[in-house]
Write a protein that binds this ligand. Structure first.
Ligand code: ADP
Ligand code: TRP
Length: 327
């Protein structure tokens, strides 16, 4: 049996190196392993983005990123979450069996409230929508970063609650595929790269802008001739684009002293440009044909609908929602 693999990314501006190495690259690699289903989570983005134009643009950008980075729509499914409104129907069915206490314990919710965000019901109910995204396909594998682990555990709890409430086995418990070996990619200031910290390197930025950002990566003030600490962001970023022997050599040079940060940054820039060059070209080409992107997403939603319809119908039947014998 081929494995069914499901994951989503929130559309929130062009991809940065953290998103690529932390999520997208894995999604693209995993499409070889089974039936990949990937979606652009525009409903989820409604919990933070309040501009229609921004959301539309972010969806197009993310679709372009996926396709440019190697997602093959003749193999994997790529769709826009809102093209499958069935998901929100399931989210409602699931929300009626979700304990308040479960949602109150969600780290991501608690973090945002602690940061002073005025929470609304959407933010609070976010994990239920995510459970619906997942359970509607009964996938075998859900690749996510560490930060999403708790959401997946909640998905399993919600599946159990539904099955218990209606004495059924409609939902299978999804296995998280936590991307643990994926190092956290540091940002230009040394903290985790994240758009909310404004410390990102976006690989499809115009070269000039990318160069400026790479040259601004923070370093300590060790003089050129002294040994350098390789835990620093500049070396960690550089290592993403180097083979192991290359890295060993670079780290040995750093330890020996005489290595200038400027040279490492210049080489880092060259490596980023070389690595993403073919994808950049592909992205530029794809961007010229917005109708084709739209076709990919629509066809993706149609294929996704075929997969989720029987499971949704089982949920309706189990709960006694809708007619007894659907046509
Ligand atoms: P951001 O932190 O910029 O808001 P998101 O939370 O939208 O990024 O992350 C989307 C995906 O990219 C998630 O699966 C997340 O685990 C991954 N990701 C984001 N930033 C990093 C990083 N710095 N290192 C590794 N993975 C990351
Ligand atoms: N919450 C995920 C994130 O912020 C995105 C997401 C939404 C997702 N629904 C999902 C990931 C379902 C995996 C499965 O990264």
């Amino acid at each position: 049996m081929t494995q069914r693999i499901l994951s989503g990314i929130q559309p929130s501006g062009e991809l940065h190196l953290g998103n690529y190495f932390g999520a997208m690259r894995q999604h693209v690699d995993l499409q070889e392993r089974g039936e990949g289903i990937y979606f652009l989570a525009d409903y989820h983005s409604m919990t933070s983005v309040r501009s229609a134009a921004e959301r539309r643009q972010a969806v197009v950008d993310l679709a372009l990123d996926y396709l440019a980075c190697g997602l093959d729509p003749s193999r994997a499914i790529l769709y826009r979450q809102s093209d499958l409104p069935e998901t929100t129907e399931l989210a409602w069915m699931l929300t009626t069996v979700t304990p308040m206490g479960l949602l109150l314990r969600a780290h991501s919710y608690k973090d945002k409230v602690e940061q002073g965000l005025q929470p609304d019901h959407g933010l609070f109910a976010y994990p239920v929508l995510m459970a619906a995204d997942i359970l509607q396909y009964n996938p075998d594998l859900v690749p996510v970063g560490q930060d999403q682990k708790q959401h997946l555990e909640m998905t399993r709890d919600i599946a159990v609650k539904f099955n218990q409430a209606y004495a059924c086995e409609v939902f299978e418990l999804p296995e998280p595929h936590i991307l643990e070996d994926v190092a956290v990619v540091p940002g230009t200031d040394g903290r985790k790269m994240s758009k909310s910290y404004g410390n990102v390197l976006r690989m499809f930025w115009p070269q000039k802008k990318l160069k400026k950002a790479v040259m601004a990566v923070v370093t300590d003030s060790t003089p050129v001739e002294d040994p350098k600490e390789t835990e620093q962001a500049v070396f960690q970023l550089w290592s993403l684009f180097a083979s192991e022997p290359e890295r060993d050599e670079m780290f040995a040079r750093a330890a020996a002293g005489g290595l200038g940060y400027g040279d490492v940054k210049k080489d880092l820039l060259q490596r980023i440009l070389a690595f993403f060059g073919p994808m950049r070209e592909r992205r530029e080409e794809l961007a010229k044909h917005p109708d084709d992107i739209e076709d990919v997403l629509r066809q993706g939603a149609a294929r996704a609908r075929e997969l989720c319809t029987p499971i949704l119908e089982s949920a309706r039947q189990a709960a006694g929602v809708g007619p007894r014998h659907p046509r």
